[in-house]
Design a protein around this ligand. Structure first.
Ligand SMILES: O=C(O)CCC(=O)C(=O)O
Ligand SMILES: [Fe+2]
Length: 455
């Protein structure tokens, strides 16, 4: 197999929950984990209720994923782009539809965070829709999901406190407590109960003949999380021939979570024990901290053994859609991602500058909604729309948006709905025309007084 050598064991930074609660200064440890030279991941030990809550929830992810397609279909929600309830094969990772896993998404803190406000739901369904629960087919899911999710968030706020202290040391103009403020007030935290389906022997054989980029991402492709801080419950493995009792460890020690460092090293990361909570930085914190905290690309390697499944739980503590994505004033935004680190990104992971602002105009301020959901929405329309909406999506992404976005982000970043209206008007009024190419001649009357042509 064309797999690169993997370090036998990667030491990860472990913070004690008691130290976090006491408010002890752990900034050195946080820098070691989340700074430029860190792995981008750390573990927290000693959270009393975590092990029991994890053991209660994760088997339910496997149970839901094994219900019939008809039943699972009852809990799908296309109009939030499958951001609530069941989602399988709807996302693209590294350009391919993702069939290797199924996810159950919901808000782990609020069942209806905006009291079903129709305006908010219409505009921001992927963030704000009320939770969807399989009350009839797996009633115990709701309680188990909400209690593990809230435990992980409470610990996350303490980790965020330490991150804030570290960033403030490097950036005096950083808003004190910004990360904790962002995630604890956003009301749009999203949690994802993931079930990675077992591979057949043929799939295992086929995966063994693929190159390195694929070998490490058979269950989940390389990506950065978009939010601020992600909490992860260590994965639980099942032998599908004897699924009643979870395995105490993976039958394939190479299967599981991998990260790639800024220096290009590929590292297998695991919690020292299943009762530790893992934390990772997302792209929003990399932007907000001007690069003091670094998001780390990660992927999940499938078991190289047929009939083994994995279930895990990720809590994405992310900003509200209108949180402005900007670096602190005393940090150069372009340095938020060093060029050496950009070169070390695995294939398929877009550099920060490509998504924060646009290719023509990188590092412009935008809001989190644009950073996090625009790619999901585009993928949705490309795969699920009618012919007419697919055509419209194509027109918007290839012709209209590349023209519109740089101007919009520069001048009018705070009203996302006006961007949508402008794009639809341009698409229909100037159907088929090349945008940005007019006027071809200078106006005859008074050139000085005429508004500048769009470019
Ligand atoms: O399953 C895991 O351990 C990681 C999941 C993950 O990276 C994600 O859902 O974004
Ligand atoms: Fe992730």
């Amino acid at each position: 197999m064309a797999a690169a050598a993997v370090p036998a064991k990667t030491q990860i930074v472990v913070l004690k929950y008691a130290d976090l609660v006491a408010g002890n200064n752990l900034t050195a440890e946080v820098e070691q984990a989340f700074g430029y030279n860190g792995l981008g991941i750390l573990a927290v030990s000693g959270v009393a209720e975590f092990a029991e809550q994890r053991a209660r929830l994760l088997p339910l992810g496997r149970r839901f994923a094994n219900l019939s397609d008809e039943v699972k279909g009852l809990y799908e929600h296309p109009s939030s782009f499958y951001s609530f309830g069941w989602s399988h094969g709807k996302e693209k990772l590294q350009g391919r539809p993702d069939l290797a896993k199924g996810s159950f998404y919901n808000n782990p803190l609020y069942n209806d965070p905006f009291e079903s406000d129709p305006d908010i739901l219409r505009e921001y369904a992927s963030f704000a829709h009320p939770n969807i629960w399989p009350t009839e087919h797996l009633p115990e899911l709701e309680g188990a999901f909400m209690s593990l999710g809230s435990t992980m968030c409470e610990v996350g706020y303490l980790v965020a406190d330490q991150c804030d202290k570290l960033v403030k040391m490097h950036s005096p103009l950083y808003e004190a407590g910004k990360l904790k403020r962002t995630i604890s007030t956003s009301r749009v935290t999203k949690a994802r109960l993931l079930h990675y389906f077992p591979k057949t022997q043929e799939e295992v054989n086929a995966a063994n003949s693929l190159g390195e980029e694929h070998a490490f991402s058979g269950w989940c492709g390389w990506h950065n999380d978009h939010g601020s801080l992600t909490a992860l419950a260590p994965g639980m493995f099942h032998d599908e021939a004897h699924p009643d009792v979870p395995l105490t460890s993976s039958p394939d020690p190479d299967a599981g979570l991998y990260v790639r460092s800024r220096q290009g090293e590929l590292c297998k990361v695991s919690a020292p024990a299943a009762d530790h909570i893992l934390f990772q930085i997302g792209e929003s914190s990399q932007i907000h901290s001007g690069g003091v905290l670094q998001a780390t690309p990660h992927a999940v390697r499938a078991a190289g053994k047929a009939g083994v499944s994995r279930t895990s739980f990720a809590v994405f503590m992310e900003p509200r859609w209108n949180e402005i994505m900007a670096a602190p004033q005393d940090r150069d935004p372009e340095k938020a991602q060093a060029s050496a680190a950009e070169k070390a990104l695995p294939r398929g992971v877009p550099p920060l500058g490509e998504r924060w602002g646009t290719a023509d105009c990188p590092f412009t301020m935008c809001d989190f909604g644009a950073l996090g959901t625009e790619p999901a929405a585009a993928a949705f329309w490309h795969t699920n729309g009618s012919d007419a909406s697919r055509q419209l999506a194509n027109d918007l992404t290839t012709r209209v948006l590349p023209f519109l976005l740089p101007r919009y982000l520069k001048n009018n970043c705070q009203a996302p709905e006006s961007l949508l209206h402008m794009a639809l008007v341009l698409s229909q009024m100037w159907e088929g025309e090349q945008l940005g190419s007019f006027p071809t001649k200078p106006p005859v009357a008074s050139p000085a007084a005429s508004p500048s042509a769009p470019r």
